[in-house]
Design a protein around this ligand. Sequence first.
Ligand SMILES: Nc1ncnc2c1ncn2[C@@H]1O[C@H](COP(=O)(O)OP(=O)(O)O)[C@@H](O)[C@H]1O
Ligand SMILES: NC(=O)OP(=O)(O)O
Length: 311
Amino acid sequence: MAKKRIVMALGHNALGTNLPEQKEAVGKTAKVIADFIEAGWQVAVTHSNAPQVGMIHTAMNEFGKLHDGYTSAPMSVCSAMSQGYIGYDLQNGIRAELLKRGIYKSVATILTQMMVNPYDEAFYTPMKPIGRFMSAEDAKLEEEKGNYVEEVPGKGFRRVVASPKPVSIVEIDIIKAIMDADQIVIACGGGGIPVMEQGYVLKGASAVIEKDRAAGLLAKEIDADVLMILTSVDHVDLNFGKANETPISQMNLKEASDYIQDGQFESSSMLPKIEASVDFIGHGRNRKAIITSLEMAKASLEDKGGTIIAE
Ligand SMILES: Nc1ncnc2c1ncn2[C@@H]1O[C@H](COP(=O)(O)OP(=O)(O)O)[C@@H](O)[C@H]1O
Ligand SMILES: NC(=O)OP(=O)(O)O
């Protein structure tokens, strides 16, 4: 019998936002991922990168100007660096956890490019927050560099960049080959490196793709049974942040789209998770999406926590 497949999409809670946090978080996250592999799942891992890609872009571009011979790097190159920086820790963390359990499997990070539509409306309105939270003064300096910033109520200011929808995964065949060989792949990190086709050449776009949308596309492409989005909350709520907030344990496709219409989900955080889940599930495929925390990951598979979205 074919093994069941799962895409595990790691948010900031499972990953941290800088290197020391990442080292600590990856230790815990690798244990949960290894539990799934030990239980017989074929696992593809994907992850966030917004704080990291913002940090790398600032570092590359400030130092590029400060020192002779150092050059700056465009956002697409910084996305590639973030995949390497995060994938390196994750693949070693998962490898070590598997070895401790006597499981001999390879874990590989695939630098993944994601085709985007050059005419995507998202290029006209930068909306994806990246990097650190800034003071009003730092935000002004950022704008003087030609970057866009947005105020996040109660938290400060953050850079925002364009976030086009992912259209197709350039390296999908190698990702599928690793899954078919029953090994572990880390792919489409940070939503994938956004690229546009120019003849035989792929040209990087100055954008950051929403990792939840990339995770949904990856899950569809590898024909996963489950898309598990691991985030900072145990479940999705109705009336989030209001006095009548209520956890949603299960929702079907109709309920999910009604709640989307009602504006129940914040556009920069929960909405892409729900839309990616709905798109992945489709009709007549017996798939499910789970939105939960790392801590509830295993329980949610047994319907004992998290929010489960199914047809
Ligand atoms: N309806 C909702 N139910 C639960 N959380 C919500 C809802 N709407 C918005 N959120 C927010 O979404 C956040 C998780 O998304 P995000 O910060 O993008 O995390 P990640 O890095 O894991 O992708 C939660 O911490 C919560 O603040
Ligand atoms: N690329 C991306 O969506 O990253 P975050 O999850 O960190 O926002």
